[in-house]
Design a protein. Structure first.
Length: 123
């Protein structure tokens, strides 16, 4: 990968652009915290060719959410579980919304009152 390719990937939320030290600095936390949330399987950093942990912006946002909970007194394992469950709930809501839209588009008159004897009129 050339330097030009690397610069283009910096806009990619999943590109592992940050070292552990830089990630900890950005989150105002310790490298130990990042290791702990990795051990709790909240995030799994990619590894450089030399074996060093590398973090993406997406992973840093997740780590920041866990950090907020820990700062409020939540144990780290519980904070990680909460963040995982919040993400699962958000994904389930997104999928439900997609199903709802698909159902509405395949049944356009589903919005009419089922008690009404008259079909909806065009305006």
């Amino acid at each position: 990968m050339t330097a030009d390719d690397s610069y283009g990937r910096l806009d990619d939320d999943d590109y592992p652009a940050y070292t552990m030290g830089r990630a900890a600095e950005m989150l105002n936390t310790t490298q130990g915290f990042l290791r702990a949330i990795g051990e709790a399987r909240l995030i799994t950093p990619l590894r450089s060719a030399g074996g060093h942990r590398r973090y993406s912006r997406y992973q840093l946002r997740i780590a920041a959410r866990a950090r907020e909970l820990v700062d409020q007194g939540t144990p780290i394992e519980a904070a990680c579980r909460i963040v995982i469950l919040e993400d699962q709930l958000e994904e389930a809501r997104r999928i439900n919304e997609e199903y709802r839209r698909a159902a509405e588009s395949s049944h356009p008159d589903s919005n009419r009152d089922p008690e009404s004897p008259n079909p909806p009129t065009a305006t």
